[in-house]
Write a protein that binds this ligand. Structure first.
Ligand SMILES: [Zn+2]
Length: 420
């Protein structure tokens, strides 16, 4: 048989993956994608702890869109009696491939509150399309990824090429306040298989070339200092908890930065961070020596350091403050998260690299971040996962926006990822 015949037979047996066809299909539905993003973000999906009713209305909107596009879906709802519906809905969409193993794109439907309304140029819950940008609460976090991945999956279906792996979307609840009713619930309920390929587009780089494989370990410490209240004109009768607390803050700041000083250039910033943040009110008036002082430290610790080592250093300083100022210091871990990193040789990194190279024509960069996305929950549960996406990182800001070109670019990247 001649070489030409062999090539022809090979093409007939194994038609080339139609990622360019997927890109063409996507290009034609740009305005439908933008309209869907705007309509979806008109429905706020706030967590109950932020005073909202949860995600149900938004998920029902997405179900309507999926039905219109002829895509079957299923729900795995977590019960939550804090919301009127009693459920936090998680939506799963699958397009069967030659094998059951699944490439998942995981994005979240909940949002954070608008914040300072006076800073918004428009109503945050009535997104505006202007100059190639969509502005509104939730458009980037995580609306862009919800819409880009949904249409990418639809385009793969329209291209009528059976993908190698099954392609899936997980549109999850409760990412912004802990994920107990969202991704953690799905992991616990066995929605994912060990060898699935998991991508979480919930952090963005301007050119989309970054693949995030690791998060810093998170430790939030509440520091309570107890002294004795007194009139400010007779401080000798009291023990000023605020003075002790203020000094303790500076010791913690100095000490932690000195001891945990390693750098890892994959992270921005490259070092661990230790920030004194929240400060609880002590006394309401100026002329009282405060008997109590409470502050918090947000620590983002590079993976080689265990969170426990950081906590021990703070404990040592707390004992020193007790001796020096005759106060009592209590420490409480209010948040502690650590997850292993995803290996740069793992299948998900290799597949993501290929999709980015194919669509962007650039060499992807492996990075780490300060934390935390749904990827951390996957990694903790033993699933290698990566985070990527194209955007200006306006999440949680006033005037949060997405650039329409980035929405389209991400959809093409997910299309390429689905086709392998
Ligand atoms: Zn997010």
């Amino acid at each position: 048989m001649s070489i030409a015949w062999k090539i022809l037979i090979a093409i007939l047996l194994y038609p080339p993956m139609r990622s360019s066809e997927v890109a063409e299909i996507l290009e034609k539905c740009e305005s439908k994608m933008v309209d869907s993003l705007v309509a979806m973000c008109r429905i706020p999906a706030l967590d109950p702890s932020s005073g909202g009713d949860g995600e149900l209305e938004k998920v029902e909107f997405l179900e309507g869109l999926l039905a219109e596009l002829g895509m079957p879906f299923e729900r795995m709802d977590a019960p939550d009696d804090r919301v009127p519906s009693g459920i936090r809905p998680n939506l799963l969409v699958r397009l069967p491939g030659k094998v059951k193993k699944t490439v998942w794109i995981v994005s979240h439907t909940d949002i954070v509150p608008a914040g300072d309304r006076s800073g918004w140029k428009h109503d945050p819950f009535d997104p505006v399309v202007e100059g190639g940008k969509v502005t509104g609460r939730g458009v980037e976090d995580n609306g862009q990824s919800v819409i880009a991945s949904l249409f990418a999956l639809w385009a793969v279906k329209e291209a009528a090429t059976e993908p190698e792996l099954t392609c899936g979307l997980a549109l999850v609840a409760d990412e912004e306040t802990g994920s107990d009713y969202g991704i953690s619930y799905l992991i616990r309920e066995g929605a994912f298989e060990r060898d699935d390929v998991i991508v979480v587009p919930d952090r963005f780089s301007a050119d989309g070339s970054e693949i995030e494989v690791a998060e810093k370990n998170i430790l939030w410490i509440r520091v309570g200092v107890e002294g004795r209240q007194a009139h400010a004109s007779t401080p000798e009768r009291g023990i000023n908890a605020h003075r002790a607390g203020a000094n303790l803050i500076t010791w913690i700041d100095d000490r932690l930065h000195k001891v945990f000083d390693k750098e890892d250039p994959r992270f921005k910033p490259a070092s661990s961070t230790f920030e004194p943040t929240k400060k609880e009110a002590n006394v309401p008036n100026v002329n009282t020596v405060p008997g109590k002082d409470v502050f918090y430290v947000d620590c983002r610790i590079l993976p080689p350091y265990p969170t426990e080592d950081v906590f021990k250093e703070v404990e040592t300083l707390a004992r020193k403050a007790e001796q020096q100022y005759s106060v009592r210091v209590s420490l409480e871990k209010v948040q502690e998260e650590s997850s292993p990193e995803t290996s740069e040789d793992s299948e998900v990194v290799l597949r993501m690299r290929k999709a980015l190279r194919d669509v962007l024509g650039v060499e992807p960069k492996i990075v780490g971040v300060g934390g935390g996305t749904c990827a951390g929950h996957f990694r903790k549960a033993g699933f290698p996962a990566v985070v990527c996406g194209t955007g200006d990182e306006t999440a949680h800001n006033v005037n949060e926006y997405v650039i329409v070109d980035n929405l389209m670019k991400d959809a093409r990247i997910y299309g390429a990822l689905f086709l392998g």
